[in-house]
Design a protein around this ligand. Structure first.
Ligand code: F6P
Length: 318
């Protein structure tokens, strides 16, 4: 199943799981709409040919959902009964931390084998350097910011560009550095608004005519992106300020080659783990090697931001 927010490369992961099952001669059932479909017994038999020509497709052919019902004991009981009824012996969940939390709970209650494949554009999962979809989303964000830069510089404007990431600043920080942003505001570090004003003042003094500030959706400045823009307009009237929210376009599009390869590698590993009788593990990437780690750690481990990148970003605004 794919669960939670969709991410480019989820289809490549589905394809990999299905083809690995075919390779090892075990049958594979797709579950539509994540845990919702598990509760509704919305299943489909998947063969190697069912996943032809999807490696390059965005979204997820199995659809996705954030299920409220699976958070209840009753919902999980129905889900378990449906799995038993279909003779399904293991579950592979492609999703983020919310989806993994559901999997852990389900395993605790029914001792049902579960393996997680990290698929989220946010990259906020402990135990893997990359989640499926992050690389594509990052490149989408950079491409969009490049375009905004063209109009910003034509009009000598300051743009606040909001990128996704309600708890994590990976997209903001990396897209910000990659697109040459003046300032980057992320949930993990609140450097204060004075610092941003100082930096903008300095860039005017030193001859910059336009600027981009990248703001993560979940940044902790205490102001949303429109309030930030207003704050700058009030304090630095010399700036002509505009706001652009990139939103869900970051979740769509054809996956990058990196995400396709990652999804293919993680899909195979997840099937092999289940066949080895393993459970409660998440597959991931570490130093470009495919690894597995505790799915519980993946949820609880948290994430940390790369301070070297923050420093690089700082130096680049000189
Ligand atoms: O977790 C992925 C993500 O795209 C976040 O970056 C964003 O905050 C959230 O999902 C949006 O979720 P929804 O599509 O349910 O509004």
């Amino acid at each position: 199943m794919t669960s939670g927010g969709d991410a480019p490369g989820m289809n490549a992961a589905i394809r990999s799981v299905v083809r690995a099952c075919a390779y090892y001669r075990v049958s594979c059932v797709g579950i539509y709409r994540g845990y919702e479909g598990l509760i509704d017994a919305d299943f489909i038999e998947l063969t190697a040919r069912s996943v032809n020509n999807i490696i390059n497709k965005g979204g997820t052919i199995l659809k996705s959902a954030r299920s409220k019902e699976f958070r209840t004991k009753e919902g999980r009981k129905i889900a378990f009964e449906n799995l038993k009824e279909q003779n399904i012996e293991g579950l592979i969940v492609i999703g983020g931390d919310g989806s993994f939390t559901g999997a852990v709970l389900f395993n605790e209650e029914y001792n049902f084998p579960v393996i997680g494949i990290p698929g989220t554009i946010d990259n906020d999962i402990f135990g893997t350097s990359h989640t499926i979809g992050y690389d594509t989303a990052l490149n989408t964000a950079v491409e969009a910011i490049d375009k905004i830069r063209d109009t910003a510089s034509s009009h000598n404007r300051l743009f606040f560009v909001e990128v996704m990431g309600r708890d994590a600043g990976f997209i903001a920080l990396n897209a910000g550095v990659g697109a040459g942003a003046e300032e980057i505001l992320i949930p993990e570090e609140n450097l204060g608004l004075d610092r941003m004003l100082e930096s903008l003042k300095k860039s005017r003094r030193t001859g910059k005519s336009s600027s981009i500030v990248v703001v993560a959706e979940g940044d902790k400045s205490g102001k949303n992106v429109y309030e930030l823009a207003k704050y700058v307009e009030e304090n630095l009237p010399e700036y002509d300020v505009r706001v652009s929210i990139l939103g869900h376009m970051q979740r769509g599009g054809s996956p990058s080659c990196f995400d396709r390869v990652l999804a293919s590698r993680l899909g195979v590993k997840s099937v092999e783990l289940l066949l080895d009788g393993k459970t409660n593990l998440m597959v991931g990437l570490k130093d470009n090697e495919v690894i597995s780690s505790s799915i519980l750690e993946a949820i609880k481990g948290g994430h940390s931001i790369n301070h070297e990148l923050l420093r690089v970003s700082d130096i680049m605004t000189t």
